[in-house]
Design a protein around this ligand. Sequence first.
Ligand code: RNT
Ligand code: ZN
Length: 423
Amino acid sequence: MSQDKHIERAFDLAKSQYAELGVDVDQAMKKLATVPVSMHCWQGDDVGGFETAGAELSGGGIQATGNYPGKARTIDELRMDIEQALTMIPGKHRLNLHASYLDNGGSFVDRDAIDVTHFQSWIDWAKANGLGMDFNGTYFSHAKAADGFTLSHADKGIRDFWIEHGILCRKIGAEMGRQLGTPTVTNVWVPDGYKDMPIDRFGPRERLADSLDKVFAAQIDPKVHLDAVESKLFGIGAESCTVGSHEFYMGYAISRQKVLCLDAGHFHPTEVISEKISSALMFLPELLLHVSRPVRWDSDHVVILSDELQAIAQELVRSAQLNRVHIGLDFFDASINRVAAWVIGTRSMLKALLMALLEPTAQLKDFEAAGDYTSRLAMLEELKTLPFGAVWDTYCVKAGVPAGRAWLAQVKDYEAKVLSTRV
Ligand code: RNT
Ligand code: ZN
């Protein structure tokens, strides 16, 4: 029997099994097709960017480890790799770009001098590929961030430099959103913090709040642009005090009604963002997620279909709040094929969403309301062995991308023909 026939037969059986539970698989697939995932450009070149030839990630307390061959060295190579990944990912998605990925035509442009012209080729490329865009200021890998402080720096000159960067990034983001007809979320993450115990924890936080207020001073139409702020527990070199902590940004985002970014790797290892989403949404208009996979620390491993990934997707679906949450990915693993990393991470996110959409949520809620926690737990466990894979395969086939593990052969072929020539 052909592969397609297998998938078709498995799907028919799966469909009736889900129907017995009152779940409409066609509805679930239709809904999934409306959920964009913002794919981060920085998996393709280990957070290097294109400010200078051979630019590399430095500072900021984040790290890409590994030296797998084939990393994108130019904007063209990065775009080619993203296009390749997209042919293996079902649905319509977004590109999440960092300011350091500007197209400066080969002459250096500093962070306080960027404008939309340096990103026009990205916008045109996104348009041609049917992608929305999101954006990020780059507050690391720079001489003015080398001592670990940016927007909260004690030196006004350095603060002003980064404030200007933030202001320019919002202008660029707004223009992206306007041209692409879908709001761009521009995220602010700063690495600011102390390695060892500071005497003054108050001053840096006062300065960060004040700098952010200056960055956000101009009103921008939310139809084209949204501001997000991202908290963190600690970074390498900022272990004792990270200025932009969760408490700081939760308060900041609520008081200014900004989008709060919850990164899955930015909390104590026993805390999970799936448990935070509903609380944050009580008081905030919208959220941005940085879906990542922390292993013992904020290691930014490639996202897999873990319990927590499923919990995040379940939370969004069960609470019917998908429309208030922007899903972005944030991982960078340089020890495996980087195109495969994008494909694995993005497909895992979509699988988790589809699984959540295939859940008989109303029935589970009824068990809960009746205090029948036995049935609730029993059902959750039994759902795990339903033929989810058959629905996923069909979703991929319908979207014109490889089903099952078939994409891997394509990645290997791309590696042999393209990536391996980058030496
Ligand atoms: C760092 C933050 C931040 C970065 C990207 C590259 O801990 O998670 O989002 O990963 O800006
Ligand atoms: Zn992040």
